[in-house]
Design a protein around this ligand. Structure first.
Ligand code: OFO
Length: 164
């Protein structure tokens, strides 16, 4: 059976993952309203992943005989100053989530909760991916701002090596 401290912390994290889902859903709507359907598609996929993150914790709590306790989800912003500012917010948000996951892992170590440690290792790897994806998009948008789109096109071409 899971400890009360671990259960409460995981319930908090379920709320944070659902907030992430809300945030990306709001970002998808923002891009749709600008007729940027590719950006909106990316956000919808991201939004779905965040719900999966929440549900993975949810199912884990139930499997361990814990109690799921859902909390109020904060409202995300609805508009952003620019696309690049929005993606900088994504990068900052994911860095914050990494900190929360790391804190959960530290708690699992303190509680000697081995199943939670195993579960959280998946989230630790996932956050590496989440931060990398956001950083890459920010870097691409910065290149576009500097009018270096030809370099981006070449990069895209080089990325296809060995994939034909
Ligand atoms: Fe759940 O990883 Fe993003 O927030």
């Amino acid at each position: 059976m899971i400890s009360k401290a671990m259960q409460d912390a995981i319930n908090e994290q379920i709320n944070k993952e659902l907030y992430s889902s809300y945030l990306y859903l709001s970002m998808a709507a923002y891009f749709e309203s600008k007729n940027l359907s590719g950006f909106a598609h990316w956000m919808r996929i991201q939004e779905g992943e965040e719900r999966e993150h929440a549900m993975k914790f949810y199912d884990f709590l139930l499997d361990r005989g814990g109690q799921v306790s859902l909390k109020v989800i904060d409202a995300p912003p609805a508009t952003w100053k620019s696309d690049i500012e929005l993606f900088r917010e994504v990068a900052a948000h994911e860095a914050k989530v990494t900190g929360l996951i790391n804190a959960l892992y530290e708690l699992a170590l303190k509680e000697k909760d081995y199943p939670s440690q195993v579960l959280l290792q998946w989230y630790i790897s996932e956050q590496v991916e989440e931060e990398k994806n956001a950083a890459e998009i920010v870097a691409s948008l910065e290149m576009i701002e500097r009018h270096e789109t030809a370099v981006l096109q070449l990069d895209h071409q080089l990325s296809k090596r060995g994939k034909d």
